[in-house]
Every structure is written in structure tokens, then in C-alpha cells.
Design a protein around this ligand. Structure first.
Ligand SMILES: Cc1cc2nc3c(=O)[nH]c(=O)nc-3n(C[C@H](O)[C@H](O)[C@H](O)COP(=O)(O)OP(=O)(O)OC[C@H]3O[C@@H](n4cnc5c(N)ncnc54)[C@H](O)[C@@H]3O)c2cc1C
Length: 380
């Protein structure tokens, strides 16, 4: 390691800047960087099939034209739609919740029904409370029995959020507004028992830079430069993988069970009510006492509102027993992993139009095999 690199790793990049020297993007104090070894400390996974304690399949509510955020009248009731977030519902929940809130406030009504108790419904309900509304959530199921509880839980505001070929400039604008609002909101959740936190994210590609991902993959279809720290390509010396192309950046992660518990408890604390009720048809909405209703039923909105565009994109997660020293996210060809407090979640698939939520052992074996090979080839 030369003298300049050494000072950068030591976090003395600020001195270099003061002296008028350009600073590389990763020139900051970093507890994961082992100075004497000159590489990042990336603990290996204890990875075997017998350590998989849970397999789940969740259905992402995908709409090719993007989330539905318009209003419609049902008799004298205003329905504000807020559903169809694809693989981005966690990330966008506060942002689209804020858009829905503005539409609700414009009606003048302050007693509001929210349909659905997933991450989108809970965020929307909390925002409405913050604006002085009395909110009742009507829902078929509560956490943990919601799709939101079957997600990876990472900041991915443009993952399967639409088909880019169908995205209008208007959607792009609304998406950007929602993304920026959500991102800010998440910064106020840091430190709250890690319901949201920052983690290191590694992209590891053994065969060099991947081709641009197609629209069907979970890759982000839009980007706002400058929201997240840039990805930095690591030199072969700086990482332990046998791979030509490795990048690193910080990304946000959501500890899903604690997060849902926290926000639902806050909702109750501020006087919110939850009623278990299935909406089978529009008549059931008509019977609700509230005149303004926000529809956050995710995929459940399909049958009630006859939304032909709404379709599931199933995703399986296989959960390993937590390993406290493993605190990173990793993406490679055919698999990804994210280390949450409640487990290390392995995933990476998406089947468009699949309603089957039966986990497949074959899929688990596939991701375990990909990651086992990657771990076996790691140095150290
Ligand atoms: C494998 C996987 C990984 C994912 N990873 C991420 C990620 O890392 N980051 C990210 O941002 N997003 C991710 N997502 C996407 C995210 O999980 C969804 O976009 C999000 O959960 C949608 O939230 P929701 O509240 O709209 O829906 P849901 O969580 O499905 O909630 C819908 C609510 O409506 C209720 N409901 C439904 N039908 C009715 C009815 N007829 N009557 C009454 N109530 C009804 C349900 O009971 C539930 O309470 C992932 C999804 C999957 C499947």
C-alpha cells in the first residue's frame, strides 16, 4: 500500500482535501477495512441446507404502468388508491403514502379508512395521523400474515416498480417525488432499534461486469444519482472474492419484524384502530362509515377493483439462522443475501404471473449452491 492510499484508509482524506488533493470516494474511516491486510473484512456465511429454518414465497404486486395513485368516486365516497408497488413497496411506502395523504387532505375529510395493513397501509395511516386525521385500518390480515413480511427489506425504490417500456414521464416524476420523500423519512428512523439501518452492499461478479439487466430482473429500473453513496469498484487486493468485478457501497436495510411492530404500535399509541374485515366487493367499502378511503390492499386490490394490469411476481426467500458477525448485503449472479437481525435471507428469483406461494426446495438448493461456491472460493 502506498503512502497516499494508507492515509486515505486511515480516514485522513479530509487533510488531503484541505491540501487541495482529490479524494477517492472510499477515503473515510471504515471499521470493515483491515488496514494491515489491506482488504475489507467480509465474514463467511455458515451455509448449509440444515441451517435454513424458514422458506417463504411472497407475491410482489406488479403493475406495468407503475403503482396506482389516482382517486375515484364510489357514490359519495372518495377512494384514494395506493397500491401496486412491485418490488419497491418497502422503499416507496412513505413517499406514496405522502402523495395519498395530500389527496385525502384535499377532500376536507379528517376521518379516514385505510384498507390494508402492510407496509404501505401502515405508513399511509401514520402520515394521516400526523396530519390530524382519525384513522381506522380495515384489513383481512395483519402482520406477520402480509406480503410485506415476506420481503427482503432493502432500499430498492425502483425494483420491479414498472415496465420501463410503459413508464411515462409523469410516472417518473411521481416516482422521484415518492423516492425522495421516503429516503428522507427513513433517515429519521435510524437509531430506533435498527428498524432501519445502513449496511455494506457488495456486488460480486466472477465473470466481469454484468450486461445491463433486462426489465424482468429485480434490478432498479430508475435511478436518482446522489441519493445513495456511489458504488466503488474494489481492486483484487481489497476484497476476498475470486471475482473480476466487485463493487461496494452503503445501502439501507429494514429489519422487517421490528419495523412493522414499531410502526403499528405507534399507530395504536396515537389512537388508531385496526378492524379485521375482508373487503370482497365494492359494496363492502360502501358500507364503511368513513367517506374517504385509502386503498392499500396490494395484490388484494385486483379482484375488488377489477385491475387487469395488477399481477403477482413471486419471490422466494430462504432464511438462515442469524450470524451476528455477518452484517452485509451481497448480490451475485443467480443469488443475493441480506443479513437482518432475524436471519440471513437468501433470494434472487421472480416469476411473473405466478400465484403459487408453495416454497420450492429446488430454489433453495439453487441459491445455496451459488453462494456456497462463492464462499468456498473466498480468501481468508
Ligand atoms: C421476495 C420479495 C422481496 C421483496 N423485497 C423488497 C425489498 O427489498 N424492498 C422493497 O422496497 N420491497 C420489496 N418487496 C416488495 C414489497 O414487499 C411489496 O411491494 C410490499 O410489501 C407491498 O406492500 P403493501 O402494503 O402494498 O401490500 P401487502 O403487504 O400485501 O399488504 C396488503 C394488505 O391488504 C390486506 N388485504 C388484501 N386484500 C384484502 C381484502 N380483500 N380485504 C381486506 N384487506 C385486504 C392484506 O391483508 C394486507 O394487510 C419484496 C417483495 C417480495 C415478495
Amino acid at each position: 500500500m502506498n503512502r497516499r492510499t494508507f492515509f486515505q484508509k486511515m480516514g485522513l482524506g479530509g487533510i488531503a482535501v484541505a491540501a487541495g488533493t482529490a479524494c477517492t470516494p472510499h477515503a473515510y474511516v471504515d471499521k470493515h477495512f483491515n488496514i494491515s491486510l489491506g482488504k475489507y473484512r467480509i465474514p463467511k456465511l455458515r451455509l448449509s441446507l440444515d441451517r435454513i429454518v424458514k422458506e417463504t414465497v411472497g407475491l410482489r404486486p406488479f403493475r406495468a404502468s407503475g403503482p396506482r395513485l389516482d382517486c375515484e368516486m364510489l357514490g359519495n365516497k372518495t377512494i384514494v388508491h395506493n397500491y401496486g408497488h412491485g418490488g419497491s413497496g418497502w422503499s416507496l411506502s412513505w413517499g406514496t403514502g405522502n402523495i395519498a395523504r395530500q389527496k385525502v387532505l384535499a377532500t376536507g375529510e379528517r376521518t379516514v379508512a385505510v384498507l390494508g395493513c402492510g407496509t404501505v397501509g401502515i405508513a399511509t395511516a401514520r402520515l394521516l395521523q400526523e396530519s390530524g386525521c382519525e384513522v381506522t385500518i380495515y384489513t383481512k390480515d395483519m402482520p406477520p400474515n402480509v406480503t410485506s413480511n415476506l420481503a427482503t427489506g432493502t432500499w430498492s425504490p425502483a425494483s420491479r416498480v414498472c415496465d420501463p417500456a410503459k413508464a411515462t414521464p409523469a410516472l417518473r416524476q411521481v416516482w422521484e417525488e415518492a423516492t425522495r420523500f421516503s429516503f428522507k423519512r427513513y433517515q429519521f428512523m435510524l437509531g430506533l432499534n435498527d428498524i432501519a439501518c445502513w449496511v455494506d452492499e457488495y456486488n460480486v461478479y466472477p465473470d466481469g461486469i454484468p450486461a445491463k439487466p433486462d426489465a424482468g430482473s429485480g434490478a432498479e429500473v430508475f435511478d436518482i444519482p446522489g441519493i445513495l453513496p456511489e458504488r466503488v469498484r474494489l481492486t483484487a487486493r481489497e476484497h476476498p472474492f475470486r471475482a473480476d468485478y466487485v463493487t461496494r457501497r452503503s445501502n439501507m436495510m429494514f429489519n422487517i419484524p421490528a419495523y412493522l411492530h414499531h410502526h403499528l404500535s405507534s399507530f395504536m399509541l396515537f389512537g388508531g384502530k385496526v378492524k379485521i374485515r375482508e373487503i370482497k366487493a365494492l359494496e363492502d367499502i360502501d358500507e364503511l362509515p368513513e367517506k374517504t378511503v385509502v386503498n392499500c390492499m396490494g395484490l388484494g386490490a385486483k379482484a375488488v377493483f377489477n385491475d387487469e394490469e395488477l399481477t403477482p411476481v413471486s419471490g422466494q426467500l430462504s432464511c438462515l439462522i442469524p450470524q451476528p458477525e455477518v452484517q452485509y448485503k451481497l448480490i451475485t449472479k443467480g443469488a443475493n443475501l441480506i443479513a437482518r437481525k432475524d436471519g440471513i435471507y437468501l433470494g434472487g428469483n421472480g416469476i411473473v404471473g405466478n400465484w403459487d406461494t408453495t416454497p420450492s426446495r429446488e430454489q433453495t438448493e439453487k441459491v445455496v449452491t451459488v453462494l456456497q461456491k462463492l464462499m468456498a472460493e473466498m480468501r481468508g
